[in-house]
Each structure stands twice: as structure tokens, then as C-alpha cells.
Design a protein around this ligand. Sequence first.
Ligand SMILES: [Zn+2]
Length: 181
Amino acid sequence: MPLQNPPAPRHELHCHLDGSVRPGTVAELARAQGVPLDGPVRELVTAPARCGSLGRFLTYIDVPLSVLQTPEALRRAARELVEDWRADHVVYGEVRFAPQLHGERGMALDDAVRAVAEGLAEGRAATGVRTGLLLCCLRHQSPDDSLAVAEAAVRHRGEVAGLDLAGDERLHRARAHREAF
Ligand SMILES: [Zn+2]
């Protein structure tokens, strides 16, 4: 019998952290933080294959986002993502997130970036998967918001590989964010 080929090594180049949190982790964080979930967690965080529009798809990120408001939670999500990549035969993965969406309880941009970078480092050490980190400016936010994210990227240039402009491109043009880029 022929030997089966091992799975080909993969590169993950477009992954949003808040859209990639394990449902079980979302549930655990929600319980620990006293955040109510109004439905089964798997349904709240998993978009159907055809969900109609990018705008609708993005609503599935709201619940994970609501529990990723502490450095500990961000760090855990980043570490577990790298572990999941390893299980998925990913040898290099880039993750992106918008640090300015994680300040609902007062976390500063720099603390959010540091927490994700630390989680990625832990994941790398445990799995050998190589990682990259991108920060997202958001189309619906102001040019000043984007500039603050770009400046955070520069401050953390040792950990941050690039800058993204995320959000609903049908509703919001890129032009307003020119200065940040
Ligand atoms: Zn994207």
C-alpha cells in the first residue's frame, strides 16, 4: 500500500484574531467576566456559509470582541490561535486585529498590542509555527483613529509586520485614511 503524503505545509496570510477565537474560549471568558451570552456560543460566533453581506458577517465578531477586553484574554486568544494553526499544518501565520476595539474597559492600544505579541510568542515557543502581526485601521473610524493605530504600529515595529484597513468597503472609502498609511 502506498504511503499517504503528509499534509502540505500551509501559510495563513489573512486571519482576523477576533474572528478566530475558539467558541469554548469565548464561553469560558464570558462566564469568568460575567458577560451574558444570549444563545449557544457556537451559533453566536459562527457565521453561516452564506450570510448575505460582509456587514452581516462582521456581526459575528461582536461577541468574541466583547470578551477580548483584557490583556489576559487577548494573550490567550493569540496563543490558542497559533496552537490551532499548528494543528492545521500552518507553518507561517499572520494575524491581524484592531487594538482600538479592545479599550472598552480601558486597555490602552500599546497594552493590547503587547498582549497579542506575547500570546503569539508563547504560541511560537510551544509549536514552532512562525507568526506575523498586523494592526487594523477601520474604515468607519476617523482619520485620527487610524493615525493612532499607525503610530502604535511604529512604536511596536519589532513585533508588528504591517498595517491593514479593515471594515465594510462598500460603505466606507479608503481615502480618508491616507495619512495613516
Ligand atoms: Zn480582512
